[in-house]
Design a protein around this ligand. Structure first.
Ligand code: SAH
Ligand code: SF4
Length: 373
């Protein structure tokens, strides 16, 4: 085994305990590393001497590195291409869009912009959704909790991160224990992101949803529903066969009863597949008994995957109108900021560093998703 990440909470705690070192030093070490990303272990003051030798032999201040940083022309988004210890790449995207800027008469918000960070949980994904670039890569490997947290550490060097969304590469609930540990680390000292500001987006892994509230109370849950009936869902998301819609909705019902929190429903609009009026009515009925916000996502056509077409704006607005008007469901539409997308949150597929296209993200609602309650 290689040298581990200092941000792999359970491993670090286990090694400290084994060596008889107080684990209270861990958040202090994390804080130092975040502030001094290029430090050596010996630079950290006031640790017990046994801690220095342990750190030197077993852990690295960072197992991943930022391979490249690409800023969008408007400065709103920054894409980080992160190289993992095994040589694989994942992407993390910082979004600085501030939906409430208007309230401050166009002046910057006091306290600076509130950035949202979109992070990856796996290299590739085994769920194989037919509209998703990451799905087309297949599954390569899980990230460790340290590798997940390190994306936040890297991004924090560039921007003050207020929200984290697991909408990058991978299905977070298929990497459950690393996800849980990473969220715990992010919500503890020194990051102290409130769990309410951390959103996990899932295709609907029922057995994981069943334990999520107990393991991570307060967390925000977003569910990629994408269809209101089982057969349409199966057509576009093979995972729907293993996690049938009816059982998923039952699990969400229990989740909501326990968590007493809104659930975010993601719905990708695919022309002629799931975007007809009847689908809106079916979706409204399906969500009738829930407290939800529906986020309609215009499909971004990606490379050869485009057996699907983007729904017209009229269709999207009609869909939204039905959910709002008939079912009184808060429904937002993800803004489309361009079509030549290569690194959008939720469809990250790594482009090698010579790719100089700026990331082109429909970000407004992601900030919205996590900040406007
Ligand atoms: N695996 C998780 C989280 C990552 S995907 C999930 O599926 O929820 C994050 C979001 O981006 C999902 O809602 C996903 O359906 C959406 N997405 C994937 N491919 C897309 C595409 N081509 N256009 C628009 N949204 C896409
Ligand atoms: Fe995996 Fe999510 Fe893409 Fe589906 S949409 S293949 S679950 S990353």
């Amino acid at each position: 085994m290689g040298v581990g990440s200092i941000f792999d909470g359970p491993d670090v705690r286990a090694e400290f305990e084994k060596a008889g070192i107080n684990t209270h030093f861990i958040p202090f070490i994390w804080k130092y590393v975040i502030k001094n990303p290029n430090c050596e272990w010996d630079d950290i003051p006031d640790l017990p001497s046994a801690a220095y030798s342990l750190l030197r032999s077993k852990f690295k201040t960072s197992t991943s590195s930022v391979d490249s940083v690409i800023n969008s022309n408007d400065g709103v988004t920054t894409k980080l291409l992160v190289k993992l210890q095994n040589g694989a790449f994942v992407e993390a995207v910082i979004m600085r869009y501030d939906t409430r800027l208007g309230k401050y008469c166009g002046k910057p918000r006091p306290g600076g912009p509130r950035s949202t960070l979109c992070i990856s949980s796996q290299v590739g994904c085994k769920m194989g959704c037919k509209f998703c670039a990451t799905g087309s890569m297949g599954f390569k490997n899980n990230l460790s909790s340290g590798e997940i947290v390190e994306q936040l550490v890297h991004a924090s060097c560039l921007s003050q991160i207020r929200n984290v969304v697991f909408m990058g590469m991978g299905e977070p609930l298929n990497n459950y224990s690393a996800l849980v540990e990473a969220v715990r680390a992010m919500s503890g000292v020194p990051f102290q992101l409130s769990p309410k500001r951390i959103t996990v987006s899932t295709v609907g892994i029922i057995h994981a949803i069943n334990k999520l509230h107990k393991d991570l109370p307060g967390l925000n849950l977003a569910v990629s529903l994408h269809a209101p009936v089982q057969d349409v869902r199966c057509q576009i998301m093979p995972a729907a066969r293993a996690f049938p819609l009816e059982k998923l909705m039952d699990a969400l019902q229990v989740y909501q009863k326990n968590s007493m929190q809104k659930i975010f429903i993601e719905y990708i609009m695919l022309d002629g597949v799931n975007d007809e009026e009847q689908h809106a009515h079916q979706l409204g009925k399906l969500l009738e008994t829930f407290d939800v916000v529906v986020n309609l996502i215009p499909f971004n056509p990606i490379g050869s995957l485009s057996q699907f077409r983007t729904s017209s704006e009229e269709k999207v607005l009609r869909f939204q109108k039905i959910l709002r008007g008939v079912n009184n469901i808060r429904t937002t539409v993800r803004k489309q900021m361009g079509q030549d997308i290569s690194g959008a949150c939720g469809q990250l597929v790594v482009n090698l560093p010579d790719e100089k296209k700026p990331p082109n993200l429909g970000v407004t609602d992601i900030e919205d998703l996590v900040s406007r309650r």
